[in-house]
Design a binder for this molecule. Structure first.
Ligand SMILES: *[C@@H]1O[C@H](CO)[C@@H](O)[C@H](O)[C@H]1NC(C)=O
Ligand SMILES: *[C@@H]1O[C@H](CO)[C@@H](O)[C@H](O)[C@H]1NC(C)=O
Ligand SMILES: *[C@@H]1O[C@H](CO)[C@@H](O)[C@H](O)[C@H]1NC(C)=O
Ligand SMILES: *[C@@H]1O[C@H](CO)[C@@H](O)[C@H](O)[C@H]1NC(C)=O
Length: 484
């Protein structure tokens, strides 16, 4: 009995790290996409993730370089099977086994990569795909799950299917009216039942920005978390932000169809910073910080209390993404293309409460391609040069309400030229628009508009190439030694 006090204290001391660990067990995740003309080296990105306390990462494929760099980091990984591979995975068990063996087992067993999920497809039921992937998603999911079981990984690695929030809807407009979309109801039930039976989560991407983008009458305040929106009353439960309402619409849809206890992952959530009048650093900062603060207390949503499992969209801007959905598409990053933070954001994971920039980023020289002073605005070649530069460069920061929307005509033209020039690694030939362009060492950037300097190109697999050249040389030496 004499030890009671001491023992209790010792037990509490032992429990402290455990309790703290429990608090942050879900952590914060981020999406790491690689559709960039100049991606940062994977090692730099992994350090960026670690420095910022991001414990989970979601990939859109199974890029070898990214996975190798993640080895030994402890970061939880979701690897992805792109939609265009679904048909193959659906029709061939062999193909599914090969995919799992090469893109999961190898990395888990030989690379110490902490793979926890396989995303089978990416928003395959998006209305804009016209049902292209409706039939292949479910059999692909079954085959990948069977391959994971065969590889002995099914308890550690779970399958899931990231869906756009448009797979469910509400007949009443309120969350309690939630159900799967009528035209895909049966497909959704089959997939959800399979996931549920296998202890897998439902993954959904939720985009308040898109609500605002597609509907000019959408109440702006309802997209954010400041509580300023006119509340939506759902049978006594009030909603003041569309994220909670959307998430709970899914909770109701799951509950209604017999999956009340199924885990939910928010696979993508974020706000772009450029390319649209509602996409800027102020709104992005307000949304992201509001969201982080909203989920920090682990209160959950009105229908689901407890910590939320979330992957921010996105980690870094990607300048090669299709702009078919809109010019904002290349600006989802919390970080710019070069790993520099866009705005202040406290993820609750760093000592300083600030984002940590990427380290040792190697830039090209401090020079820009601009319109020549002597060139005339009415030079007939200009229009053609600008459209060429914009088609192959990136002009998504030009236009109404964007970061470079205030440039004058000469500024516009220079911006286009520079984008093309930087994307082409500042090659001399890339600043030879006939008679109208020149290279300058004076930064043309304005207060809001960044005339970028590109980072050094990273050649994925360079060391593998060197490896094979090395073995070629070694082979030659061996050959000579044998002959002589
Ligand atoms: C592994 O994943 C990569 C990247 O997504 C893909 O290109 C490759 O075909 C996959 N390997 C197999 C064997 O399916
Ligand atoms: C879907 O259908 C529309 C209209 O028929 C068409 O314009 C679009 O290209 C189709 N999209 C795909 C991905 O097949
Ligand atoms: C600059 O370019 C943008 C987008 O192409 C255009 O909307 C704007 O009118 C241009 N501004 C001037 C002054 O030419
Ligand atoms: C460039 O300028 C020169 C001299 O001013 C002129 O002769 C030539 O035709 C111009 N070239 C083009 C492509 O405009």
């Amino acid at each position: 009995m004499g030890c009671l006090k001491g023992c209790v204290i010792i037990i509490i001391i032992i429990l402290i790290p455990f309790l703290c660990w429990m608090e942050s067990v879900d952590g914060i995740g981020a999406n790491w996409g690689t559709q960039s003309s100049h991606p940062l080296p994977p090692e730099t990105v992994v350090k960026l993730l670690r420095d910022n306390g991001i414990q989970k990462v979601k990939l859109f494929d199974a890029d070898y370089g990214s996975l190798r760099a993640l080895g030994g980091s402890g970061i939880e990984v979701m690897v992805g099977i792109p939609n265009d591979m679904l048909a193959t995975m659906a029709s061939s068990m062999k193909a599914a086994e090969k995919w799992v063996s090469k893109n999961v087992s190898d990395h888990v067993n030989n690379g110490n990569v902490n793979i926890r999920y396989v995303a089978v497809g990416n928003e395959p039921f998006l209305s804009t795909y016209n049902g292209t992937f409706l039939k292949s998603t479910y059999p692909a999911l079954q085959n990948i799950q069977a391959a994971l079981i065969k590889a002995g990984l099914a308890t550690k690695v779970k399958v899931t299917v990231p869906q756009n929030a448009d797979v469910y809807e509400s007949s009443t407009g309120a969350p309690s009216g939630g159900d799967f979309r009528a035209d895909i109801h049966d497909f959704m039930i089959k997939i959800t039942k399979f996931l549920n039976d296998n202890g897998s989560p439902f993954t959904v991407n939720i985009y308040p920005f898109i609500s605002l983008y597609i509907n000019p009458n959408f109440p702006v305040e309802y997209a954010f978390f400041d509580g300023n929106a006119t509340p939506v009353n759902d049978g006594g439960t009030t909603y003041t932000n569309v994220f909670d309402a959307n998430y709970d619409t899914l909770v109701w849809a799951l509950q209604k169809n017999g999956f009340a206890n199924m885990g939910i992952i928010v696979g993508e959530i974020g706000w772009p910073s450029d390319g649209d009048r509602n996409a800027n650093n102020q709104y992005a900062q307000r949304f992201m910080q509001g969201f982080m603060t909203h989920i920090a207390g682990n209160k959950g949503t009105p229908m689901r209390t407890g910590p939320l499992d979330v992957y921010l969209f996105s980690l870094i801007d990607e300048d090669d993404k299709s702009i078919q959905p809109g010019n904002f598409e290349r600006h989802w990053g919390v970080f710019y293309y070069d790993g520099q933070p866009k705005y202040s954001l406290n993820l609750g994971t760093t000592n300083s409460g600030a984002l940590i920039p990427a380290s040792n980023v190697r830039y090209l020289q401090k020079k820009w391609c601009v319109m020549k002073d002597s060139a005339k605005l009415d030079d007939p070649s200009i229009a053609q040069s600008v459209s060429y530069a914009c088609a192959l460069g990136d002009c998504t920061s030009l236009g109404y309400g964007t970061s470079c929307g205030d440039l004058d005509a000469r500024g516009n033209i220079s911006y286009a030229f520079n984008s093309y020039y930087q994307k082409n690694d500042q090659a001399d030939e890339a600043c030879k628009f006939p008679n109208v362009s020149m290279v300058t060492k004076e930064d043309p950037s304005t207060r809001t508009c960044r005339f970028e300097i590109m980072i050094e190109p990273y050649f994925a697999g360079v060391d593998r190439l060197i490896g094979s050249v090395g073995s070629l040389v070694a082979g030659l030496v061996l050959f000579l030694a044998l002959v002589l």
